[in-house]
Design a protein around this ligand. Structure first.
Ligand code: FEO
Length: 184
């Protein structure tokens, strides 16, 4: 009897996504080290925490594959890309990685829709929502740096930004939660 509730194609797509989340974790860990070396301890802390979130995402995919009777497989993770060349580049790249991950998430949603695999479709909705948050978080990084003065920001405003990111929350509110009283 086949007890695997995932199609072979879906199982492979979910394993690929496990690896992608692990890769994202390594990328943010590597960017965190880069920021640490540059003296931006707060930004590094933010990136380390984000790296941990990505690892949690990997575990969620692993857990889901196993809970559906599938076989989770841990694969080799590609090396992180080159270090960013400045903070603008770093934050732009964080945003690009998030958008790239959203695209991968949508591909699995599309596949679940095609297969009428509603369990996977339902599971993936958590990630659809999570990506709205993560893209927003990355956009806020870009905005905060722009306000601080971008590449020509003063040492003082970079110091303030660095401090702010050290204690910045990992979660942001979703548009679904906005009300007329509290639109932000
Ligand atoms: Fe796991 Fe940033 O998406």
């Amino acid at each position: 009897m086949n007890t695997n509730r995932l199609s072979p194609q879906m199982q492979e797509a979910l394993i690929k996504q496990m690896t992608k989340e692990a890769h994202a974790s390594q990328i943010f860990l590597s960017y965190g080290c880069w920021a640490d070396v540059k003296g931006y301890g707060g930004i590094a802390n933010f990136l380390y925490r984000h790296s941990q979130e990505e690892r949690n995402h990997m575990i969620k995919f692993m857990r889901y594959i196993l809970d559906r009777g599938g076989e989770a497989r841990v694969e080799a993770i590609p090396a992180p890309p080159e270090n960013p060349f400045n903070l603008t580049d770093a934050f732009n790249k964080v945003f690009e990685h998030e958008v790239d991950n959203t695209t991968a998430i949508y591909e699995i949603v599309n596949l679940s829709f095609e297969e009428k695999d509603w369990a996977t479709w339902n599971f993936m909705q958590w990630f659809v929502k999570e990506q709205i948050e993560e893209e927003k978080l990355a956009l806020e990084l870009i905005d905060k740096l722009k306000i601080a003065g971008g590449d020509s920001a003063s040492d003082e405003s970079l110091f303030t930004l660095d401090k702010a990111l050290e204690s910045a929350p990992d979660d942001v509110s979703l548009p679904q939660e906005a009300t007329a009283e509290n639109p932000s």
